[in-house]
Design a protein around this ligand. Sequence first.
Ligand SMILES: Nc1ncnc2c1ncn2[C@@H]1O[C@H](COP(=O)(O)OP(=O)(O)OP(=O)(O)O)[C@@H](O)[C@H]1O
Length: 246
Amino acid sequence: MGAALEITDLTLRFGGVLALDAVDLSVASNTVMGVAGPIGSGKSSLINVLTGHYPAQGSVCFQGRPIAHLTPPERARLGIVRTFQTPRVYRRMSILENMRAALHATRHLFQGPSARRREDAHLRDGLAVFGLDHVAHELPDRLTQFELRLLEMARAHVTGARLLLLDEPAAGATSEEARQLSRAMTEHLIPGRTVVLVEHRIDLLRALCTDLVVLQAGRKIGFGTPDSVLARPDIRACLMGDPVDA
Ligand SMILES: Nc1ncnc2c1ncn2[C@@H]1O[C@H](COP(=O)(O)OP(=O)(O)OP(=O)(O)O)[C@@H](O)[C@H]1O
C-alpha cells in the first residue's frame, strides 16, 4: 500500500512558539492516522498546514505530488477536505445549500443534462446517509450540536474527498453520541479514503485508527499501532486527562 500523504521535516513557528517541530509522517492510502496529544501540542496546526491555511517549512506530498506551494482552494480541488472542531455552517443558507457549497468547493461538479437534479439527488443521498434528509430545506440553526457534527460529516462525504482531515469530530459529544459518530464514520465516511483524525477520545482512536501519532509541544513523541503506542507509560502520562483506559 503506497503512502497517500508524506510529510517531511514539517516546522511551524508562531513567534517564539514552535507549533510543529520537524515532524515526519507517512500515511498509507485508505488508512486512518490518529493524531493525539495534549492541549496546544500542534494537532490543529498540523491540519491547518495540510489544508494550506498555515504556511510551514518542510515538505508535504499528496499522492506523490508536492503540494506545499498550493493554495487552500487548489488543495480542496485535489480532494483534501477538512471538518472543524466547532462545526461551521452558513447560517442563512438551508442545510441542502450548505451541502452544495461544500460540493462546489471541491469542484465536484455535475454536468450535462439534468445536472441540477442529479446534484440534488446526490446531496440528499448524502444527507440521508447521516439521517438528515428530513431537514434538507431547513436552516442549520434548527439542528442540535450533535446534528451539526453529522452535517459536517455529510458535507465531507458528498465532496470528492480523497484525504479527509477530521478535527475532533466528537468534541463535546456524550458517550452515546460519540459511539453513533464513530459508527457513522466507520460505515460511511472512512471507507475508500485516507483519513487524518485528530481526537482526544482514546476510545475513538482505538476503534478507528490504523496508526497513531502522538505530539507533544509540536514534536512527534510516539508512532505505531494505537495499542502499541498507548501501552507506553510516558505516552499515557502525556495524555493524562484523556480517557486512556476507555
Ligand atoms: N494562529 C495562531 N497564532 C499564534 N499561535 C498559535 C496559533 N495557532 C496555534 N498557535 C499556538 O501553537 C501551539 C499549537 O496549537 P494547536 O492549536 O495546534 O494545538 P492543539 O494540539 O490543536 O490544541 P487543542 O487540543 O487545544 O486543539 C499552541 O502553543 C498555540 O497557542
